[in-house]
Design a protein around this ligand. Structure first.
Ligand code: MLT
Length: 202
């Protein structure tokens, strides 16, 4: 079990939103995004199980931008297992889950896509990096993925975004990238772009 909150939505057919916060965040952080993007959806918001100087994260890192791969793989498996448990407990459709992640949360969402087939129906990744390199990806045929990135993001260089887009597209995903002329921060306009993308795809 992972620390989380679940909110039952009003529309059973709408995707369940899986919210994954950034470093130092909690399961409450991205609730406003769920409300903007799909207010009738179930919301499953999870708190990262790893602490870095007291700050919750979804996996360990050795330095900023340098991931502990072993822990990343272990934590991805843990989150994948938790999704199955939660779907049973709260009676939502496991095959209809769309992730919304920011920064470290976007990275674990990316890692779910990199490691497990049918892990997510779609994903909104705000400021993600490439979670892992040099591994074959599962088939992601037609999986809609929205990526937003900042042209001046010091944590996530534009090349990371371009590489991630390429890797996901090569696995068959249908990727849309949205650029902001800002840094690592999450902006209102990228959330609005994600909302338009969500409405066009779900
Ligand atoms: C990460 O560790 O996932 C990235 O550096 C993003 C962050 O959480 O700062």
């Amino acid at each position: 079990m992972m620390h989380h909150l679940f909110q039952k939505g009003t529309d059973n057919a709408a995707p369940t939103l899986l919210l994954l916060h950034g470093t130092g965040g909690t399961e409450n952080d991205l609730l406003p995004l769920a409300e903007i993007i799909s207010p009738s959806s179930n919301v499953l918001s999870v708190r990262g199980n790893v602490l870095e100087h007291g700050m919750p994260r979804f996996f360990r890192r050795l330095a900023e931008g340098v991931f502990d791969e072993e822990d990343l793989v272990f934590r991805t498996k843990e989150l994948h297992g938790f999704l199955a448990e939660a779907a049973e407990k709260y009676d939502f459709d496991r095959s209809n889950v769309v992730a919304i992640g920011y920064s470290n949360g976007a990275n674990i969402a990316g890692s779910l896509l990199f490691h497990y087939e049918n892990a997510l129906k779609g994903a909104i990744l705000h400021h993600p990096m490439v979670p892992r390199r040099g591994i074959p990806l599962p088939l992601l045929t037609g999986t809609p993925i929205f990526i937003s990135a900042g042209t001046n993001d010091p944590i996530c260089a534009p090349q990371e975004t371009t590489d991630l887009e390429k890797l996901l597209s090569e696995a068959g995903a249908s990727v849309q990238v949205h650029w902001e002329n800002f840094g690592h921060q999450l902006t209102r306009s990228e959330v609005e772009a994600a909302k338009r993308w969500f409405e066009a795809n779900f």
